[in-house]
Design a protein around this ligand. Structure first.
Ligand code: ADP
Length: 192
């Protein structure tokens, strides 16, 4: 069955849940037999963007590279999932304009909850003033103004967030809805 490419662009603070929700989506997309690729911010920084730091210039370069890969995947009818902080609105909007078929998902979580989670122990250091350029504490984060989906990870499970994203994709005709047997219904999808 044919598949049309698009990009799911996660944005949000470190530890908000971008990778976790991507992993849930990964399982759901896999079950549907969809072709997709995840570009996780931490992973990208170990190869595609190895050597880049956290200045605005380096962050912009990192996000533009991720955007370019998403653009190529989308053009070739693969679903691209970007899961990087992507703190600057103008660079995200640039990616949106270039890619076209673009679903921005804002993974939102209050900073006090993030500091409590502190998966990598970085919030404690940043809040103590020991870490420069830490997004949301000592570096800017520009929240999206009109994201297609917002995930509230202090109030919903990763599974619930991923299900809401799937529902949005099906309602908007980005994905074929499943019929009762777990098989996609091609005729049910709006052609765009
Ligand atoms: P990011 O990719 O945004 O940096 P991660 O997904 O790596 O964030 O880390 C999020 C952490 O928060 C994980 O340890 C995850 O288990 C935890 N967590 C707790 N509740 C949620 C939730 N509702 N959604 C996503 N992550 C959650």
């Amino acid at each position: 069955m044919s598949q049309t490419g698009f990009t799911i662009w996660f944005t949000g603070l470190s530890g908000a849940g971008k990778s976790t929700i991507s992993s849930v989506l990964e399982r759901k997309f896999h079950e549907r037999g969809l072709k997709f690729e995840i570009l996780d911010g931490d992973v990208v920084r170990t190869h595609l963007s190895k050597g880049l730091g956290f200045s605005k210039e380096d962050r912009d370069t990192n996000i533009r590279r991720i955007g370019w890969v998403c653009e190529v995947l989308t053009r070739n009818d693969v679903i691209a999932i970007a899961a990087a902080i992507s703190p600057y609105r103008d660079i995200r909007d640039e990616a949106r304009a270039r890619i076209g078929r673009f679903v921005e998902v804002y993974v939102q979580c209050p900073i006090d909850v993030l500091a409590e989670r502190d998966v990598k122990g970085l919030y404690k250091k940043a809040l103590a003033g020991e870490l420069k350029n830490f997004t949301g504490v000592s570096d800017p984060y520009e929240a999206p103004l009109n994201p297609e989906v917002v995930c509230y990870t202090d109030r919903e499970t990763p599974e619930a967030s991923a299900t809401r994203i799937l529902n949005f994709l099906e309602a908007g005709g980005w994905l074929h809805p499943l019929n009762g047997r777990g098989v996609s219904e091609p005729q049910a999808v709006a052609q765009s």
